[in-house]
Design a protein around this ligand. Structure first.
Ligand SMILES: Cc1ncc(C[n+]2csc(CCOP(=O)(O)OP(=O)(O)O)c2C)c(N)n1
Length: 560
């Protein structure tokens, strides 16, 4: 069998039925093998989108996403997508074609050292030098990508390996050789005892929850413990959906654009259960004043995260699901019915709701669009976002209720991520409506993927909150750079309705507030393919509240 066929058989063994890819000379043999394979390739129109689509597929399904590109420019186009997945711990296998092993290092046509380039942004990477290693490498790559702290793995396959031949028995046992890779061996019981003692003493406990709870499929265990001890839950951007936001214990999002009540609560808590989080600077604000009175219980699968930014008093290394379960079990019948703390937070929620001012001229406020979307869908969609103000409004003004339903580039903050990620989510979740909340800047970064969505009839609705600005940068220029709007006015822009129509999609423009809901309804009812809605919104709306960079969480400005 040819190496390319063996590669695909190995993918099949890993349960892969869909990949996202784009062909080229050094991957042509793999694409040739795909011709006869049960694996479907979703043909994107830019390799960056292949990586983001595989990432959106992975985040929304929990499976390992797979992307495929040719060598050189194909491989380097994957790089932003790989880095995005790495920063947000997304399980992905990226396969690249490479020039033949005899040409490596000669600056051959379309040669790029992709294992070198991706070394710091992958969990691991492989250059296949012997066809006999292929089955082992593929098995290891999926194992590494999907276990422990998930992440992307690159497999670079030279052309002579793809074309080489060997006997291959798909039923033969394949042995992995990963002597240095150790998974958690369970939770240290002494840590459980200490965590339980701290929680029993706590007057003002709080959960600070991140993407690790979603990656670790631990939402049910989180809810059980939060309810048992009446612990309010604040989530990061990556943690949205880990805990239902319509639950009385939910505080929504904390951090730079978090709710006032979440940030006040974090600042006042006495015990912090930090679950699957990494104390990112966008969350903590000024580190020295972050949760100053809290005893910190940090649960994480990755030992390297413990005490990286904030000293953990009790470190629980291992599956967050197991840590939560162990604490709940150790508590036995002990439970808390109500507390002054919860009452205080309920009052804060009433006192400091997320709000915004309506403009006098009746312009559409971007937050209003998100609220109307919630009215129509009640949390029962997959929402992807691009990066900017719209991303924060989508996080703040929609009630996220389910894990794996809010898909956003948190760590790298990649504009151009949301649309292809939404495509990947739509491919992985047939029948589900997928909405991409976009800015007019971000959508132009991977707008070519509209034809992919049209070709595969994917029900992706792109809501462009069109403020004719690179809004988030303009906001910072307005607040911190004296209103000098340098290179952020993008009012010279395409007609997004005509763009949609040119691609064969439905395009709708909304200029009046009273038309917002009807347009969303029309898009949600539209069958058979993608929709662009161009919401012409208030140009200079800001995201509030905001913790200015370097300030403490309690020093939020705006949004009252
Ligand atoms: C690839 C990339 N380039 C630049 C940035 C820096 N950046 C962050 S937000 C932003 C503006 C986004 O504008 P838009 O998509 O129109 O959204 P808005 O903030 O107006 O809602 C920019 C340029 C980025 N995050 N990603």
């Amino acid at each position: 069998m040819r190496g390319a066929e063996i590669l695909l058989k190995c993918l099949e063994k890993e349960g892969v039925d869909i990949i996202f890819g784009y062909p080229g000379g050094q991957a042509i043999t793999i694409f040739d093998a795909l011709y006869d394979s049960p694996i479907t390739n979703i043909l994107v129109r830019h390799e960056q989108a292949a990586a983001h689509a595989a990432d959106g597929y992975a985040r929304s399904t929990g499976k390992v996403g797979v992307c495929l590109a040719t060598s050189g420019p194909g491989a380097t186009n994957l790089v932003t997508g790989i880095a995005t997945a790495y920063m947000d711990s997304v399980p992905m296998v990226a396969i690249t074609g490479q020039v033949g092993t005899g040409l490596i290092g000669t600056d051959a046509f379309q040669e790029a050292d992709i294992t070198g380039i991706t070394l710091p942004i992958t969990k691991y990477n492989y250059l296949v030098e012997d066809i006999h290693d292929l089955p082992r490498i593929v098995k290891e790559a999926f194992y590494l990508a999907g276990t422990g702290r998930p992440g992307p793995v690159v497999i670079d396959v030279p052309k002579n390996i793809q074309e080489g031949q060997m006997d291959y028995d798909p039923d033969a046992e394949v042995e992995m050789k990963l002597p240095g890779y150790k998974l958690s061996e369970g939770i240290d019981p002494t840590k459980v005892t200490r965590a339980v003692a701290a929680l029993k003493k706590a007057q003002k406990p709080i959960f600070y929850v991140g993407g690790g709870v979603i990656n670790g499929n631990a939402s049910a265990e989180l809810k059980e413990l939060a309810e048992k001890l009446q612990i309010p839950v604040a989530t990061t951007l990556m943690g949205l959906g880990a805990f239902p936001e319509d639950h009385p214990l939910s505080l929504g999002m904390l951090g730079m654009h978090g709710s006032r009540y979440a940030n006040y609560a974090i600042s006042e808590c006495d015990v912090m259960l930090a679950a699957g989080v990494r104390f990112d600077d966008r969350v903590t604000g000024k580190l020295s004043t972050f949760a100053p009175n809290a005893q910190v219980i940090h649960m994480d699968i990755d030992q390297a995260e413990i005490s990286k930014n904030v000293e953990a008093d009790i470190a629980m290394v291992g599956e967050v699901k197991e840590s939560l379960k162990a604490i709940t079990e150790a508590l036995g019948d002990y439970k808390v019915e109500s507390s002054d703390w919860c009452t205080k937070l309920q009052n804060w929620k009433q006192q400091y709701p997320l709000s915004y001012k309506e403009p006098a001229d009746g312009a559409i406020m971007p937050q209003y669009v998100i609220e109307q979307l919630y009215e129509l869908t009640k949390g029962d969609i997959i929402m992807a976002t691009e990066v900017g103000q719209h991303q924060m409004w989508a996080a703040q003004h929609y009630m996220h209720k389910h894990p794996r339903c809010f898909i956003s580039s948190g760590g790298l903050g990649t504009m151009g991520y949301g649309f292809p990620a939404a495509i990947g989510a739509a491919v992985g979740n047939p029948g589900k409506k997928v909405i991409n909340i976009a800015g007019d800047g971000s959508i132009q970064m991977n707008i070519q993927e509209l034809i992919t969505a049209v070709q595969y009839k994917l029900p992706v609705i792109v809501c462009i909150l069109n403020n004719q600005f690179l809004g988030m940068v303009r906001q910072w220029q307005g607040l911190f750079y004296g209103g000098r709007y340098s290179s952020t006015d993008i009012s010279c822009q395409p007609d997004f309705v005509k763009v949609a129509e040119a691609y064969g999609a439905l395009g709708i423009r909304v200029e009046k507030k009273e038309d917002v809901k009807a347009a969303l309804k029309q898009a949600l009812e539209h069958e058979g393919g993608p929709v662009f809605i161009d919401f012409v919104v208030e140009r200079e709306a800001n995201v509030f509240p905001m913790v200015p960079p370097g300030a403490s969480l309690i020093d939020m400005v705006g949004g009252e």
